[in-house]
Design a binder for this molecule. Sequence first.
Ligand code: PGA
Length: 231
Amino acid sequence: MDKNFLVVANWKANSVDLPKWFDELAISEKAPEIAIAPAYYQLGTLNSQLENYKFAINLAAQNVSSFPTGAFTGEISAQMLKDAGAKYCLIGHSERRKYLHETNDDINLKYEALTKENIIPIVCAQSFEEIPQDIFSQTSETGYVMFEPFEAISSDSRYKPESPENIAQTIVDWETKLPENIRFLYGGSVNPENCANIISFCPQLSGLVVGHASLDPITFGSVINLVLQNS
Ligand code: PGA
């Protein structure tokens, strides 16, 4: 397994009680890299709290505007995310593609906006066609792609996991078609019951994106500790 394994907690449009979440999170000192993606309004608070937290945890955003800073009402620009301390940003999440009709053209613009601010984009894709090819051919920087079939995303607190065999097959297929400098993540119903299996089936994975199971710090801590034990 990748020694720089990354686990992203995607809190989506959920409010998390930050002091309580951190009080209850029990992880080993040797934990893999963790990035928390809260709702926008919690980015700044979380950033100041993370400075005092005993382990290094990074900040991720769930989305970014394709517009720059300026007269774009309601938008959050890449520069603002940088100011709020984001190291990573998810783009093209399947929920945004489905409910907000985001396209690969939007994702290209977002990718460009983020890289200008030195924020690492994590491109989410359900199929190879959802990976905008030109963004990776233009750079020698490490790229991040998350495989996440929409059907595998938990809903109403129920997990609907993809089979580890299918995850492994997809990643191997994408790996052969994309430049070498891409790290692959998987997201969709990752939880303490299936994460060890996913990792062992798919040694090409460099990370996991955890939605529902990251809202409860005890469940998320179990995922982190299982990642560590299985690496
Ligand atoms: P889930 O969500 O773990 O709740 O399925 C993951 C995601 O959509 O990022």
